[in-house]
Design a protein around this ligand. Sequence first.
Ligand SMILES: [Zn+2]
Length: 427
Amino acid sequence: MKADLHGTGARELAMAGLPKVSDRSSIRRSNLGLVLRLLRDEGPRSRARIATDTGLPKATVSSLVTELVESGLAREGEVEREGTVGRPGLAVEIDGSTVCGIGAEINVDYLSILALDLRGTVIAERRIAFDVRTASPDAVLDAIADTIRRTVDELRADGIRTIGVTLAAPGVIDMKRGRVSYASNIGWRDVDALAGLARRLGPDAPPLHLENDAKLGAIAEYLAVSAPDMHDLLYLTGEIGVGAGIIAGGQLLRGTAGHAGEVGHLPLDPGGRLCACGRRGCWETQVGLAALLRAAADPDDPVCDPSVDLEQRLAELMRRAKAGDPRTLDALDAIATALGPGIALLLDVLNPQLLVLGGHFAFFGQYLIDQVRHTVHQTVMAPDAGGCEIVLSTLGFTAAARGGACLALDAVYQDPAGSLLLQPARR
Ligand SMILES: [Zn+2]
């Protein structure tokens, strides 16, 4: 039995590489997921309406809902009155306050963790200033594993089970082998990150996944967009490294070897500055966070100190910009000037419906976006920039970790019973 649920298929496609229902014969298990996804995508509704929407028999829906309620994934609340005819029913809605997914991000100068419950509420969040460039991969994995362990333990003490953890890394990911193939800004090459993390967290760890930060950011942005017909999105990270997460036709684009979206290394400034990748004139040497800091401040300025929290440093730069400090404003102007042509190029290639600027591009958006929009509209071949809207992310520097948490939680939506079995409740 399969329902045609508007928008649901696209959301699932965006998360390719997810755990699938392992027992294909278990129609019941897949129907549990079907009902849960209906509640997620279409909102609370009565058992009768779930039956209508899914095409499942009412008795089946009743027992599925009972199982979801007993497992804590759904609850029955307000009475729903369906028009003027028929009996009112209790509305079934997503609960899931006792399960969570965790995203853990390794970035150039910080590590961060974010946990979401099934309703998408942030229930744990922390960021640690950490100079990943100068630390060994082992030291970084030690630190992130320690942070994950502490978060999982704290949540468990509150009766919350962690369904899965996604590690976000700023580089190309070898999905098959669970390795970070190449991450120029942190100096990683073929690092066995997933196995290293699993070894540190031990056999009781929740299921672990590994994904590129920009791709996870794109997933988070895609899920955050409320427009149901928007399935072509480009997310641009704004960090030391610059990368794109591409959702095309509702599907996350990885490319043959996972390199799709490595736009920070487009050679947009021929003969320009040396990039961490070893080549010259890459786009991120013009628009990345390091370029901004370099232009806005001297190396001994506290805003360049990686031991200070990133948002504190950027808040100081924002204060200077608002005070009209010419050096800061010039630095932001240079970012805007170099950002426009690169974005125009991406729009010519991909023609997305929405381009979301993340990280420091969003943080300083008020100083960048008008110029970027102007350049894009002047440059892109298609009329009206191909219909693309350029917006600022509202997820701040949490987009990658948030996308990781969503990806981890998707296991529950795909196979509610199976994902809970993997992580028995320990109270
Ligand atoms: Zn480069």
